[in-house]
Ligand binder design. Structure first.
Ligand code: 5GP
Ligand code: MN
Ligand code: MN
Length: 320
């Protein structure tokens, strides 16, 4: 039995599992994979899973209906697992359970993660938190449900094995998961490629309104409140848009702004070859990876774009 999860459980009776705010596929996959793994292999443990509401496509994963999104219960846990969260502030409402847990464990792959839990398992070279989890789990204890959650996390964070964070190990793990009966073709279509009509409309709108800067090396678009309201869209409807912007020929960096409140923008950034977007996001209090990062910024969209493009221009110039 090569089960490292058991080491972190350390005889716990109750555990909480939580991911980051606005959960993506890796975060949701990691939380549900760990939850299902513990339910299968440690049925005596009482496990709760906390995440903000997840996009409908992730509900194909087993026990997605067990997710608790209101953070109201006044519970304390023996062990708290923070997954795919690069800092404590990313845990959203679950931070109250982090603060009162007897032991906290962080499992992550963000380069910007400085280790905010009591025990930290951070592999910055892994494609995804799901890849890290797969290494910690005993494959004999991984059933189809666990394997599918892990596989979904991996495809979401690697853009279906095409982004530069994909390594040999990613492929080896994906192959092992396939042997567990993962419906990879169907899940890739349903979770990654399929879009709702609204999502396609938004994609079109964001591409139409995008603009280029710095001789076409930077592409920027803004999904402001009125656009989001017009399409009755939620933030997860924007997933994938930044990736389409990034593949514009000649572009090194893509920036998508989403208005999430009055004079407040969520910033998503992606780069292609050399720009360190984690550094730029980090400067504004966010984080992420070298080629994919984000932050939240205050001001008008013009303020936000001005502040971001100053740092973008610096990196473009230094590279020339
Ligand atoms: P996305 O653009 O898809 O929201 O995020 C890209 C990457 O940056 C993800 O790995 C995500 O965890 C990270 N990220 C996005 N927004 C923030 C933020 O506000 N703070 C931190 N620390 N990381 C972020
Ligand atoms: Mn994530
Ligand atoms: Mn991730």
């Amino acid at each position: 039995m090569n089960d490292k999860i058991g080491v972190y459980l350390g005889g716990a009776g109750t555990i909480a599992i939580a991911g980051h705010t606005r959960p993506d596929g890796d975060c949701t996959g990691a939380c549900l994979a760990l939850y299902n793994y513990i339910r299968k292999n440690y049925p005596q443990i009482q496990a709760d899973i906390y995440l903000e509401p997840v996009a409908d496509v992730y509900k194909v994963m087993e026990n997605a209906d067990q997710i608790i999104s209101d953070y109201k219960d006044d519970k304390t846990y023996d062990v708290f697992f923070a997954l795919d969260a690069s800092d404590k502030g990313r845990l959203a409402g679950a931070v109250r359970y982090f603060d009162t847990a007897k032991k906290t464990v962080c499992i992550d792959h963000h380069i910007s993660n400085e280790g905010f839990a009591m025990e930290n398992i951070i592999f910055p070279h892994a494609s995804s938190t799901c890849e890290v989890l797969a290494k910690l789990m005993d494959m004999d204890g991984v059933d189809q449900a666990v394997a599918e959650a892990l596989y979904i996390g991996i495809i979401c964070d690697t853009g279906c094995f095409k982004q530069s964070n994909t390594g040999k190990e990613t492929m080896v793990i994906a192959g092992t998961l396939m042997e567990k009966g993962v419906r990879f073709s169907q899940l890739t279509d349903e979770v990654f490629y399929q879009k709702t009509y609204t999502q396609n409309q938004l994609l079109g709108r964001c591409l139409l309104e995008s603009f280029l800067m710095f001789s076409g090396q930077c592409i920027i678009s803004v999904a402001d409140r009125k656009v989001m309201d017009f399409y009755k869209a939620i933030s997860s409807d924007l997933e994938g848009i930044i990736d389409q912007m990034r593949v514009t020929r000649g572009v090194e960096v893509a920036v998508l702004l989403t208005e999430i409140g009055h004079m407040t923008y969520k910033v998503s950034m992606r780069s292609n070859n050399y720009m360190n977007v984690a550094q730029i996001a980090g400067y504004f209090g966010g984080g992420g990876h070298i080629r994919a990062a984000g932050c939240t910024m205050a001001g008008t969209k013009y303020d936000v774009i001005n502040n971001l493009t100053r740092l973008i221009e610096e990196q473009l110039k230094n590279h020339d």
